[in-house]
Structure formats: structure tokens, C-alpha cells
Design a protein. Structure first.
Length: 78
């Protein structure tokens, strides 16, 4: 499983499957092949919905972003 955390606070967002992680990797810009953090905003989440993201992944990210306009997440294998 893959654990997502809020990069700023370190708070755990939740766990996702390797397939959900691959979806994010395919959709988001990576600065390097070893990149493990991503910046998200509300437009990103809308794009994820349009691209058919898993409901579980969307729910975690929407809850994590809350009232903010953007969120930086980091992932790790657990």
C-alpha cells in the first residue's frame, strides 16, 4: 500500500493502492524519476474526475484539501 501525507503538516491523508498511485503519476508532472511529492489544486481534482480517477482516491484528496485552494502531498510505501 501507499501512504499519502500532507507535505506541510506531515498529517497522514490515508492509504491508496499502487494502481491509484500510478494514476496520479500518469496525470501529474514529475520533476524527476524519483519524485515523491505532488502539488494539487481544485482544478487538478476536477481533471482527475474527468479522467476517471477512482472514487476512493478522489475522496481522500478532496477531504485532505478541505477549504484550501491547494495542497502538496508526499507518498511513501508502507
Amino acid at each position: 500500500m501507499i501512504q499519502l501525507s500532507d507535505k506541510d503538516s506531515g498529517a497522514v491523508i490515508g492509504t491508496i493502492s499502487p494502481e491509484e498511485l500510478q494514476f496520479m503519476i500518469d496525470q501529474l508532472e514529475e520533476e524527476s524519476p524519483t519524485d515523491k511529492d505532488y502539488w494539487l489544486n481544485r482544478d487538478t481534482l476536477d481533471s482527475f474526475k474527468e479522467q476517471g480517477a477512482d472514487a476512493h482516491l478522489l475522496s481522500l484528496l478532496e477531504t485532505a484539501i478541505g477549504e484550501r485552494d491547494e495542497l502538496e502531498i508526499v507518498w511513501s510505501e508502507v
